[in-house]
Design a protein around this ligand. Structure first.
Ligand SMILES: [Zn+2]
Ligand SMILES: [Zn+2]
Length: 153
C-alpha cells in the first residue's frame, strides 16, 4: 500500500495533463544542461526525476516529440498539446523509465539533486552546481538503467 504522505503530484499549466507518483520510488534526480533540454525548456537546464513508468499515474494525453540523443538513443519528450508544458520524457530504447520534469510538480521542495549531466554545454548564466557530481556529457547511465530495469521485473 502507498503511504499517502509519499504521494507527489504535478500538472501542466492548463490542467489537461496531471499525474501522481510515489516519491519513495524515485531512482535519482539530475540537472541536464544538454542543448536539447535547453531548447525544450527555454532555460539553462532541465531538472529531471528518474522513476519507473509503472509508478506514475498519468491523466490526459501527452504529445511526443522524438529526437536523437548524443548516445544514439531516441529521446521522446512529452508535452501538453494544449498549453505546451513539458511534462516528462523517456528514451525509446528504455521506455520503462520516465524522466519527470521537476518544475511541473505542485510541490518540489523535497527534491534533492544528485548530479549534473552535460556540463560541457552549460551556459555561463546558468552554471552547474559544483557541490554535486558533474558529468561533462552523458554519464552512460544506460548500462546502469538496464540493471535497474531488470531489478523491477
Ligand atoms: Zn496543458
Ligand atoms: Zn538534456
Amino acid at each position: 500500500m502507498n503511504n499517502e504522505n509519499n504521494i507527489s503530484s504535478g500538472r501542466c499549466q492548463c490542467g489537461d495533463i496531471s499525474f501522481t507518483f510515489d516519491k519513495s520510488k524515485i531512482i535519482s534526480t539530475h540537472h541536464c544542461h544538454c542543448k536539447d533540454c535547453q531548447r525544450a525548456t527555454g532555460s539553462g537546464k532541465a531538472t529531471i526525476l528518474f522513476i519507473a513508468k509503472k509508478y506514475v499515474d498519468l491523466k490526459g494525453k501527452l504529445k511526443f516529440y522524438e529526437s536523437k540523443g548524443s548516445s544514439g538513443s531516441h529521446v521522446r519528450r512529452g508535452f501538453c498539446p494544449n498549453c505546451g508544458s513539458g511534462i516528462l520524457s523517456y528514451a525509446k530504447e528504455f521506455s520503462r523509465i520516465f524522466y519527470i520534469k521537476a518544475g511541473v510538480l505542485d510541490d518540489s521542495s523535497w527534491i534533492k539533486v544528485d548530479s549534473n549531466f552535460f556540463t560541457k554545454s552549460a551556459s555561463d548564466w546558468s552554471k552547474p552546481d559544483k557541490s554535486i557530481k558533474c558529468f561533462e556529457g552523458n554519464p552512460s547511465l544506460l548500462s546502469g538503467l538496464k540493471t535497474i530495469i531488470k531489478s523491477l521485473k
